[in-house]
Design a protein around this ligand. Sequence first.
Ligand code: 6PG
Length: 227
Amino acid sequence: MMYEFASRAEAARAVAGRIRVALLSKLANESSTSLIVTGGSSPQLCYELLAEEAMPWERVQIFLSDERWVDSTDERSNEKMVRERLLVSNASDATLHGYYQDAVSIAERCASLTREIEAVPNPLASCLLGMGSDGHIASLFSDSESFAEGISIDSQALCLPVHTRASDVPRLTLTLPALVRSEEVLLLFFGDEKRDVYQQAVASETAYPVSRLLHQTRAAVSAFWAP
Ligand code: 6PG
């Protein structure tokens, strides 16, 4: 299902509203819940709107869909962006799981992060993803050595190291089974080029990495688009 909006601000507001409802409905029955959020430019306004929502943020844990393996002070860090846009105002009471750790390999961090993900109530409340114009989601790039394992819905791994020509630094990504360990997946992307990619991905199970998300049946996926 793709929802179309006249402006990016309206799409961002709609997604922030969906996440708010998802978190509150989980928190009505559970003492804590979790949210997966993505990096990139598309979700930034959505994070600013969500941060203003009054809710028991101290009961919310936040995971990243993926991370560039750089210090959290680096401009390329998703943790830095999410701390600055989302973990402010009311949402500053939430707990963010940072991924990068000094002197730790990505494989070692994947092992400890797997334990962190397995420790939170499953399913998570919601997972917000962006999409590249090459159809990647999180850091599931088709040229990566870990792509086949990361994109398989039957993979046992929850996170993997990634090396891709698309990135000047190595990355860590959640796998498809980790991303769909949520009640719902929200895809937020803008512009005609990405809408074309999305439509091709709806039509083909394998054309793009995002195809595999759209054709799995564990979590409902809703797309939010504006020009
Ligand atoms: C990241 C991502 C990545 C992103 C897409 C879209 O950290 O970069 O998690 O998957 O969502 O590349 O990025 P834009 O929103 O900037 O187009």
